[in-house]
Design a protein around this ligand. Structure first.
Ligand code: HEC
Length: 129
């Protein structure tokens, strides 16, 4: 009886000491393969978006789920027969960031190169899954 208890305790201890940490480590690594992964040249824009825009806007590729402002996937690249064109989306995003929108989105959240970078990121990934 005593011996059996000891064996069971041993098995539980091994489970906690080895298997759980091993599982935790292996699931950690999967973050980079999440659906929100973006090409390296868009990483800066993505970080800017997450920090400065994501609280208000949902954008799938940025992994944000803000609800006080329009969902940018649906607004900028609605599903349809024509694939979204980053070159035509970009100026709309850049002017939104520089000038604000309808008095509801403040102007100048970002400016200069950061405004361009975040806008290009949005233009490239809007509507992409
Ligand atoms: C404080 C909340 C808030 C933040 C932060 C914010 N927005 Fe907005 N944004 C809004 C709201 C609200 C609207 C809709 C305004 C309207 O239609 O009256 C909007 C609209 C837009 C539009 C659509 C404009 C159009 O052509 O209809 C774009 C693009 C946009 N935002 C991009 C961004 C980007 C990029 C950032 C980060 C730099 C950002 N927003 C940060 C609230 C926000």
């Amino acid at each position: 009886m005593q011996r059996k208890t000891f064996v069971i305790f041993g098995i539980v201890a091994v489970f906690l000491a080895v298997i759980v940490p091993a599982w935790a480590l292996s699931t950690d690594g999967s973050e980079s393969s999440a659906p929100e992964a973006v090409p390296a040249d868009l990483e800066t824009g993505k970080d800017l978006f997450v920090t400065n825009c994501g609280a208000c806007h949902t954008l799938y590729k940025a992994g944000t789920d803000g609800v006080v402002a329009p969902n940018l996937d649906e607004l900028l690249a609605p599903p349809g027969p024509v694939a979204p064109d980053p070159d035509s989306i970009y100026p709309r995003v850049l002017s939104s960031v520089n000038n604000g929108v309808g008095g509801r989105m403040p102007a100048g959240i970002l400016s200069g190169q950061q405004a361009e970078e975040v806008s290009w990121f949005v233009a490239k990934v809007a509507g992409k899954r």
